[in-house]
Structure formats: structure tokens, C-alpha cells
Design a binder for this molecule. Structure first.
Ligand SMILES: Cc1cc2nc3c(=O)[nH]c(=O)nc-3n(C[C@H](O)[C@H](O)[C@H](O)COP(=O)(O)O)c2cc1C
Length: 233
């Protein structure tokens, strides 16, 4: 199985998204997957210009000459696409969205009906694989991921890919802060396990995902730590 991991955090492997992705990759590799990770921060990818040349004059090809050309083949060939992004203003990071906007040359311009919705068919050779989301947030409540999950589910349908779930870790920044004071190994082990499940079963078990997003500190404590740290700054 070929897996493409896109890390959309500007903090790359130093960030909490990167930490979660690292555990997931460990599990996927344990399951025998061939995993490739790319970082949006390292890529020079321009905004989609909305010219539709990729559907008319240069079918399947974007007129822009930038790093997206190299990403296209990886996207087309991925059995499983892992979108890793922190929650930024209730959605994905801008660089992740910019990259995903540039996906459209892999689709034909015409419409077909799929699940009673107008969609674009995939071009020949583009895999209709799966998509999973990995995300972390600053806030504590799990519903902060809802808009992002809704978006990733919708874009999976547009890419003709099956959405297979989300690894979400609220208030991720607390974990390194509490090193030595609390044990979070069950969470990292569950993320490794989720990676293995993705490769072996094509999905992740609800109980594994629940362990990953479990409460790690009471919300009152989070409020007081944030108050002390930032004060009136
Ligand atoms: C510009 C910006 C916007 C953010 N917006 C949200 C938000 O809407 N909800 C939230 O829970 N956290 C938000 N956060 C917090 C990040 O999700 C959090 O810091 C996360 O751990 C960053 O992931 P990283 O370490 O992988 O970069 C935001 C952070 C930044 C820098």
C-alpha cells in the first residue's frame, strides 16, 4: 500500500501535528505500508489561478511551473492520503488548502453523477483511494474539529476517495508541558495502533480514536495555565 502523508503544519516535525503523524507513520510502516511524507512548508506552491487551462487547453496539466508538478504524481498514486494539519481558524492551514486547490488537474472538467451528486471523474491512472485526517488543536473541546472534519469528508467525496476517519488530539500543547508529571504513552501507542489498523483493516477502531482524544487535564486547569502564561499580554 502506498501512503502519502502531507504535513501542513508550518512547524513541521517540531509541531504537535508532526508528533502525531510520526506515531501514525510508525504504525503504518509496521503494517508494511510504503510511506512518503511531504511538508507544505518546504514546497513552493502557488495559489490556483482559476483559469481552468488544466481542463481545456492543457488537459491534466497546470500552467504554473512550481513544486506542485512533483506532488501530482504522488497524489495520483496514493492508495491512502493522510492530511495532517493543526486547526487554524477552525479549519486547515492555508498552505494545506493551497495544495489541495491545485488537485483539480487530476480531474476531468465534465460532470458525472455519483451518489446522486454532480462530480468530476478522475483522470485515467489517478487512484480512487482513501483519505484520513490527523489534526491537533489548541482548544480543549473536541467539537473544535467539526468544521475541519466536515470539510475533509466533503473534499474526499470530490476527490472520489473514501474518507476513513480522523485522529484528533485536542489541547495537544499540554502534553509536552506535563512531561514527567503525567503518562500519555497510551495516547502515542493508540496513534501507532491507528496507523496499523489503517493499513490492515482500511479504517480505525472507534475505541482507539477515543483513547487518542481522551481528556488529559480538566478544563479549569487549562484555563488557569493559559491565564498565568499570557496574563494581559
Ligand atoms: C493562526 C493560528 C490559528 C489557530 N486557530 C485555532 C483554532 O481555531 N482552534 C484551535 O483549537 N486552535 C487553534 N490554533 C492552535 C493550534 O491548533 C495549536 O497551536 C496546534 O497545536 C498547532 O499545531 P502544530 O504544533 O503542529 O503547529 C491556532 C494556531 C494558530 C497559529
Amino acid at each position: 500500500m502506498k501512503v502519502l502523508v502531507i504535513n501542513g503544519s508550518p512547524r513541521k516535525d517540531r509541531g504537535h501535528t508532526g508528533a502525531a503523524l510520526g506515531h501514525l507513520v510508525k504504525g503504518m510502516e509496521k503494517g508494511g505500508a510504503e510511506v512518503r511524507t511531504i511538508y507544505t512548508r518546504d514546497l513552493n506552491i502557488g495559489d490556483c489561478r482559476g483559469c481552468f487551462n488544466c481542463w481545456t487547453n492543457t488537459p491534466g496539466k497546470c500552467i504554473q511551473d512550481d513544486d506542485m508538478a512533483g506532488v501530482m504524481g504522488l497524489l495520483a498514486d496514493a492508495d491512502l492520503l493522510i492530511l495532517g494539519t493543526p486547526v487554524y481558524v477552525d479549519g486547515m492551514t492555508g498552505s494545506m488548502k493551497t495544495l489541495l486547490d491545485r488537485f483539480i488537474p487530476l480531474l476531468h472538467g465534465r460532470f458525472v453523477l455519483r451518489d446522486d451528486h454532480c462530480r468530476h471523474p478522475l483522470r485515467e491512472g489517478v487512484k480512487a483511494g482513501k483519505v484520513a485526517l490527523v489534526s491537533v488543536s489548541g482548544f480543549t473541546e473536541i467539537d473544535n474539529f467539526d468544521p475541519l472534519i466536515t470539510h475533509v469528508k466533503a473534499l474526499s467525496r470530490n476527490m472520489n476517495r473514501e474518507y476513513v476517519g480522523a485522529v484528533v488530539r485536542p489541547v495537544a500543547w499540554m502534553m509536552p508541558n506535563m512531561e514527567g508529571k503525567a503518562d500519555f504513552s497510551d495516547i502515542s501507542e493508540a496513534i501507532v495502533e491507528a496507523g496499523l489498523q489503517l493499513v490492515k483493516d482500511g479504517r480505525m477502531k472507534p475505541e482507539t480514536l477515543q483513547t487518542i482524544s481522551r481528556e488529559i487535564v480538566p478544563r479549569d486547569m487549562v484555563l488557569s495555565i493559559m491565564g498565568e502564561y499570557y496574563g494581559d499580554k
